[in-house]
Write a protein that binds this ligand. Structure first.
Ligand code: FES
Length: 75
């Protein structure tokens, strides 16, 4: 399992950030608060936003993969 750190100051892992994004958090500061911390240096906020935005796009990606294909019957 990947264990990428998004925020070094708070040791927030990407999987933790994605989990709070799935629970509805859409901004890094709110997501960090949900994880019981707050930004310190702020270096991570742009990347944290990218991760959150990516997580919110995931259901759309999953839906696109569920395409039904009807093959013609053999004669
Ligand atoms: S790296 Fe996230 S607040 Fe410093």
């Amino acid at each position: 399992m990947d264990c990428m750190i998004v925020c070094v100051c708070n040791a927030i892992r990407e999987d933790e950030l994605r989990a709070v994004a799935r629970q509805g958090e859409s901004e890094p500061v709110c997501a960090y608060k949900a994880l019981g911390c707050e930004p310190i240096c702020g270096c991570c906020l742009d990347y944290a936003q990218e991760v959150i935005d990516d997580e919110h796009k995931r259901p759309a990606r999953r839906n696109r993969s569920s395409v039904v294909v009807n093959f013609p019957r053999a004669a």
